[in-house]
Design a binder for this molecule. Sequence first.
Ligand code: FAD
Length: 525
Amino acid sequence: MSQLLVLNLVLCLLLFSIPKTTSSSSLFLSSPSRSLLRSIEDNNKNDNVVADLHPHDYAVDINVTNFDVVLRDTPATFAVVEFFAHWCPACRNYKPHYERVARLFNGPDAVHPGIILMTRVDCALKINSKLCDKFSVDHYPMLFWAPPSKFVSGGWKPKQEKNEIRVIDDARTADRLLNWINKQMGSSFGLDDEKFENEHLSSNVSDPGQIARAVYDVEEATSKTFDIILEHKMIKSETRGSLIKFLQLLVAHHPSKRCRMGSAEVLVNFDELCPLDMDSTSKQENNDGKGALGNIQICGKEVPRGYWMFCRGSKNDTRGFSCGLWVLLHSLSVRIEDGESQFAFQAICEFVHNFFICEECRQHFYEMCSSVSSPFNKTRDFALWLWSAHNKVNERLIKEEASLRTGDPKFPKMIWPPKQLCSSCRQSQSQSGIQWDQDEVFKFLTDYYGKKLVSIYKDKNNHESDKSGVALDDLAVSTNAFVVPLGAALAIAVASCAFGALACYWRSQQKSRKYFHQLHSYKEI
Ligand code: FAD
């Protein structure tokens, strides 16, 4: 063992002493094994060839426990996995290069988010030994490239043919790594690219397939909604009922399985997490004032990732959260059963009224909710009402944004859906407006916010559950469900239960609670 340690050390020091002009292949020299030499770490504080550009890392540290989950759940099209050893000076020198590239693709300020996930695995940690062996890691740093799903349960062998996982063999500097990536992707990413500059966002107006990327935004919006609710201490005795209703809707019909499960967890533990006297300051002191709920990540620990995909604006201050929220509401509206439509209408109206932090939006939406005179009893009617309400907002904003120039130039507001997305939705167009074929619109909404929205996501889940019978465990991990006395609720969520079953279960748990929060309470605005 001690010989191995010495050998590792010598190899690493050799790598470290290679001049900067050394060719890429020679930097990535072979080392026969991995080992734990943490003590060396501190001796090399000043060794970086490039000064650290940012105080925090952009590349995501992963290990054997979350390797598959992170790579399975990322929305990115490609992933880079760097295998390194924390004690290795060459790796430490390489880190700023790797980080310069990761800055472009990872984190909330990513310049090109959602395209490449840049990760690293520390092979010097014992728990990762088997993982590093699966990838035949024989030198540090060693970089691999593939679509993220190929890494899940994957591996790499030196002479293996037909492996979609490729070794990045020319990555010695940030420039060279990015060149290599550009060659693979036919892209022209540059190290100096800045956020919202030279943006080539693809339009979601002419490509119906783009909505598949929005499932991640729906998760992001859900997660952000709950962060805002907690941060602004919006759960009060008079708003609890509305939140519970909205959670019920999410548990049964959220398009993302992990958000359904997270919502179930909150719902079943609601009394503990949000005690009735939550308003009192003392209860909100822990977790940055968020109370016990602050411990729960409603859509799992991988969310939020801090960036938007479908809802990404071409400017810093456009689109994002409110777009994600609309997509969530539409996706709920097409998923409910006929018998749930009035409940869904009330839940959404109350939710927007009590928890959407944009005052003008709440007011307008309240007016539209209040003008509904008879209860909904069909999914179709409610989905079309929401679509039409959204178009009324669009109509107003078309004018406002034109005069104030506050809109996103790449995503101008429009009466939706445009012809390019659904030509059969429009019967005719005259000066008095568009005549819609409402059957066609409903069909389009159902397909767009139903099947298409979850097309990427669903494939992944099917793939997973095909492979093993441990889907529930996986999901429990991905929801970060550390308080799990709720087998029943998880099962309910997993099975995407009908409302009735959940409501019934939940009522049996919460017999003593009363919350009659009706639409008329809006009058308090
Ligand atoms: P969004 O309008 O957010 O739409 C998101 C996506 O939904 C679009 O890209 C499109 O693909 C799709 N879409 C567009 N129209 C429809 C439709 N009719 N039916 C189904 N899908 C559609 N802002 C204000 O300034 N004033 C307001 O009063 C106001 N009220 C709001 C009320 C609610 C409930 C919400 C969630 C938001 C509200 N906003 C309001 C914000 C505003 O509507 C937009 O969300 C924001 O300006 C960002 O616009 P966007 O271009 O991303 O598209």
